[in-house]
Design a protein around this ligand. Sequence first.
Ligand code: ADP
Length: 265
Amino acid sequence: MYDIPPSGHEMLATDLKIAARNVQVYYAETHALKDVNVDIADKTVTAFIGPSGCGKSTFLRCLNRMNDTIDAARVEGDILLDGQDIYNPSVDPVQLRARVGMVFQKPNPFPKSIYDNVAYGPKIHGMARSKSDLDDLVERALRRGAIWDEVKDRLHEPGTGLSGGQQQRLCIARAVATEPEVLLMDEPCSALDPIATAQVEELIDELRQNYSVVIVTHSMQQAARVSQKTAFFHLGHLVEYGDTAQIFTNPEDPRTESYITGRIG
Ligand code: ADP
């Protein structure tokens, strides 16, 4: 379907959402990410695992050009979304981030109402023609964020007044409100208690029906629970990538095996 050199990972072209080729990231002189090649599938949860500092978040941020916001960061190589180079100068990063949404480690609702948190993206992207259009969009996003029932009677109260787990689901609703195709999540449960974590994990599983979801997690149990594909990073290299079940039961690389058995990391 696309004229992209093979990544070494087999995938049907129709399943391919993002192709990364020869990606390098430098922070000033530090070579943080080294020659990463990977295919990320549509309607699949892909987990990035590996010891702290191995480059997981750095690579995640490459996928929607969030590294553009870090002065010292320099990205080389190609990242293709549906076959289009997202680093092409003609690509507007704001539009790109509407297509490739992001949820952060710490829930970060705007200091606005629940409604306005979700309505903000659709408004700036001109997605609603009328107030009732916008109301519908907000409701749909909050339903997708699995938080509608909890907030429908308090839409005009501040988002910051919700519990941590509710705030994170609000942030997921905010991210899906612009109808993204890919959802990036950087340790989305690390600030949550076990019950809220379980709710967000369940939500991730539902989101995969509509989106390509990429999640950075320090928890191997979480990767095993929520993902179908796993990429293991170590010291800036993507060491191994494959079906989650295979990575966790029969890894090919000794470094992956050491990590999953707890010998490194
Ligand atoms: P992980 O997400 O796996 O913990 P990171 O992607 O955060 O790893 O970090 C990879 C490497 O890049 C680390 O050595 C880290 O110190 C460095 N790094 C990350 N962010 C920055 C930054 N904003 N400025 C300079 N170095 C950074």
